[in-house]
Write a protein that binds this ligand. Structure first.
Ligand SMILES: *Cc1c(COP(=O)(O)O)cnc(C)c1O
Length: 215
């Protein structure tokens, strides 16, 4: 099942777009099904669950951390994640910088742009992101932007969100021309083809690969 779902996604996904298989709430056996089908890039969003899964799974998995990260949980995540896609506050960014400095590592991150109407959702404004990337962080490498579109079935609303982040990415590229700032992580199970049409370089797909999550 997982294998068939993966094949279906890869049939449509342009080869240059990276697929993060979002395995949160799904057991290691299901991750191994995807691994057996060739998938090597996975995403998790809860530090505790992430830290417990990593040692049970093959070491050549490229882990993307995609969830809200509290500063007191960095040590559960940063040693194992190849990228943190969900940097959503300066407090977190400063803590990641300090952890990198203390541990002699440079951490790859995406900055989360607040999209959509939901006030509860995290992320920075455009202006905050411009201020942040104008600065040097010796132990953080900005790799691009992440966004979660408004949670709605109205694809016109979702598309407006994707257009906004796509345009902002282009603006930043023109203004700062950061060589490593290459990624645009947008698109989930229900909207990823639209995200690809708006410049996604990373899509994060859970349900369409692993099925519904039981909370
Ligand atoms: C859970 C999650 C996804 C995947 O969502 P699906 O709708 O299951 O594909 C993508 N991005 C983030 C940040 C998530 O938390």
């Amino acid at each position: 099942m997982v294998r068939d779902n993966l094949i279906k996604v890869y049939e449509e996904l342009p080869p240059e777009v990276k697929l993060v298989a979002v395995s949160k709430f799904h057991p290691c056996e299901e991750i191994m099904e995807a691994y057996g089908a060739g998938q090597r890039r996975f995403g998790e969003n809860r530090p505790q669950e992430f830290a417990s899964k990593v040692p049970q799974l093959p070491s050549d998995i490229e882990w993307h951390f995609i969830g809200h990260l509290q500063t007191n949980k960095l040590k559960m995540v940063l040693p194992y994640a190849s990228i943190v896609e969900s940097i959503d506050s300066r407090r977190l960014l400063d803590a990641v910088q300090k952890w990198g400095s203390d541990n002699g590592k440079v951490i790859d991150v995406l900055l989360e742009l607040h999209l959509g109407a939901e006030e509860t959702k995290g992320g920075f404004s455009e202006q905050e992101i411009e201020e942040i990337i104008a600065n040097e962080y010796s132990h953080v490498r900005f790799r691009g932007l992440m966004g979660m579109a408004t949670n709605t079935d109205d694809m016109a609303v979702v598309e407006a969100d994707f257009e906004r982040i796509e345009a902002f990415k282009k603006h930043l590229d023109a203004k700062f021309s950061l060589p490593d700032f290459t990624e645009l992580s947008i698109g989930m199970s229900h909207d990823w083809p639209l995200a690809v049409r708006h410049g996604a370089t990373i899509v994060r797909i859970g349900t369409a690969i692993f099925g519904p999550r039981e909370y």
